[in-house]
Design a protein around this ligand. Structure first.
Ligand SMILES: Cc1cc2nc3c(=O)[nH]c(=O)nc-3n(C[C@H](O)[C@H](O)[C@H](O)COP(=O)(O)OP(=O)(O)OC[C@H]3O[C@@H](n4cnc5c(N)ncnc54)[C@H](O)[C@@H]3O)c2cc1C
Length: 481
């Protein structure tokens, strides 16, 4: 597999990524509403479509994340802002100048908006830049830290209502999630999580459990592998039906291992009901870094085949390396990379875990079920190889599956815009988190620490941003000269 990562598929596509015009994407996406102008010249970098304000913000955040002596204090500062009972100076709800500064810099770089109107504006901007749509997610979060046996809550405070017939936390989750559904327009998607987003505020984990999201009745049931409370099942049903009616998809986030097996089962039940028209409305997220993921995917391929529904397969590497049980996770990054590529490319070839692959394998195999693939990653090798394989197979009339790509807002823009330039009608999305500045602080702190863990990727991104800034300044000077 590693041969493939560095092989012909990837190198051909890399070339395409850096030479094609952004106009290609808008031409190739039949039927999609696009307000994007083919403004960039043929030889411009993929980042040429980035508005000036966004380019400046990206330069600022990338300068910080590519400079270790700036990044460490920035992470410390952000994690400090997340602490409960912080002094006025560090409280974004009381210190207005601080809130303004944060909003204009890191918040706007990584988050969608504090209000529905602001978020909708961001989503329109994404569409104008050529993305198929935006994946929106709420900024409520609770994290189970396996090593400390603690629940860490960041963001929204919500009543737990443990034991109540109607749980206020579930009611609040339902209301806020339905509010998010109202923001969706053609091409947009909803990401849902029952409780947590990835953890990791280095050295600064919260020590006080605060319950947020759908609350403890839901997380307890998920952790115990028991059925969810009826109130939550009804809420999921209502949200799924609403999204299906709006032709939007629901991507169910993968979370800490403690909850993940339960989450996968709930997602599979929803797929049985809603993924019946030849395409996926509901997607489960599969974490390639888990040693158990091949078995989970194989089991769900079998369920889709037997139940005659489409498997919505969103693939990520996994975000809980710092807090989940290490023995459950592949021993090295290379193993995780290989696992990710094996599932992505196997699904695209319709040859995975004993399903499909009839061109190649002589023995009687099980047919490949209906699968819709969604690759959420910032890893250029994985994304480009998958895109190129899908393009080749589509051109040669070989069996493959529909595929979408997604990166987080404010991250890996060169990759996202580069994908838009490639042929083969790529469905490219940006994923954004929305909520008040205070609610998004935990998310922002994690973005900062994730950037530190991906030093080579951020330095590539920084180089591309600097080159684009130089190109624009040069053009300005030439125009004036
Ligand atoms: C749109 C989008 C949605 C996402 N949704 C989810 C979600 O629902 N649930 C979730 O858990 N994550 C989610 N993620 C985050 C994702 O799991 C990764 O943490 C993140 O994208 C970095 O991985 P990468 O594929 O971009 O590539 P890279 O930056 O190349 O890979 C980094 C990843 O490799 C793995 N890794 C690093 N070191 C090691 C090691 N020593 N041993 C084994 N593995 C290692 C880890 O998974 C790490 O995150 C999402 C990401 C995106 C872009």
């Amino acid at each position: 597999m590693s041969g493939l990562r560095n092989g012909r598929i990837a190198s051909t596509a890399y070339k395409a990524l850096s030479t094609q015009s952004p106009f290609v994407a808008s031409v190739s996406r039949a039927g999609a509403v696009s307000h994007r102008e083919p403004a960039a010249p043929e030889d411009a970098s993929p980042l040429s479509v980035l508005p000036a304000g966004a380019l400046c913000r990206s330069l600022f955040t990338n300068t910080v994340s590519s400079t270790p002596w700036l990044l460490s204090p920035a992470i410390y500062f952000l994690s400090h802002l997340c602490q409960p009972r912080r002094p006025l100076l560090f409280d974004v709800q009381r210190n207005r100048p601080l809130a303004w500064l944060m909003k204009q810099t890191v918040y706007k770089q990584f988050c969608g908006g504090e209000t529905p109107a602001e978020t909708k504006q961001t989503m329109r901007r994404m569409r104008d830049m050529g993305f198929r749509g935006t994946i929106i997610t709420l900024a409520t979060e609770t994290v189970f830290d396996y090593r400390k046996n603690l629940v860490h809550g960041l963001g929204v405070e919500a009543g737990a209502g443990e034991g109540a017939a109607t749980c206020p936390a579930i009611a609040s989750w339902r209301k806020r999630t339905l509010g998010a559904v109202e923001l969706l327009e053609e091409g947009d998607q909803l990401a849902i999580k029952y409780d947590s987003i990835p953890p990791y505020l280095p050295g600064k984990m919260l020590t006080e459990p605060r319950i947020t999201g759908a609350g403890p009745l839901v997380t307890d049931a998920l952790a115990a592998g028991e059925p969810l409370p009826q109130q939550m099942l009804d809420a999921l049903d209502e949200i799924s039906a609403r999204c299906k009616a709006q032709q939007a998809r629901i991507l169910i986030d993968a979370e800490s291992q403690l909850y993940q097996f339960g989450i996968l089962e709930v997602g599979l039940d929803l797929m049985r009901k809603y993924n019946r028209d030849g395409h996926a409305v509901i997607y489960n997220t599969y974490q390639a870094y888990l040693k158990s993921t091949p078995a989970s995917v194989a089991g769900h391929l079998a369920a889709a085949l037997e139940g005659d529904f489409t498997l919505g397969l969103k693939l990520v590497r996994g975000a809980y390396l710092a807090t989940d049980k290490r023995s459950l996770i592949h021993d090295t990054k290379q193993d995780t990379d290989a696992a990710y590529d094996a599932i992505a490319l196997g699904a695209l070839r319709q040859d995975l875990f004993g399903f499909g692959g009839v061109e190649k394998h002589e023995e009687a195999r099980r047919p490949f079920p209906s699968v819709n693939l969604f690759l959420a990653s910032h890893n250029k090798e994985s994304v480009v190889a998958a895109h190129e394989l899908h393009r080749q197979r589509s051109e040669q009339g070989l069996p493959t599956v529909p595929v979408g790509f997604a990166q987080l807002q404010g991250m890996s823009d060169a990759l996202s815009f580069g994908l838009l330039r490639l042929g083969g009608a790529p469905e490219v999305y940006k994923c954004t988190t929305w909520g008040s500045l205070a609610e998004c602080l935990g998310y922002l702190a994690r973005r900062a620490s994730e950037n530190r863990d991906a030093a080579s990727r951020t330095s590539d991104e920084f180089a591309a941003l600097r080159a684009e800034a130089r190109r624009r300044v040069g053009r300005l000077l030439r125009l004036q000269g």
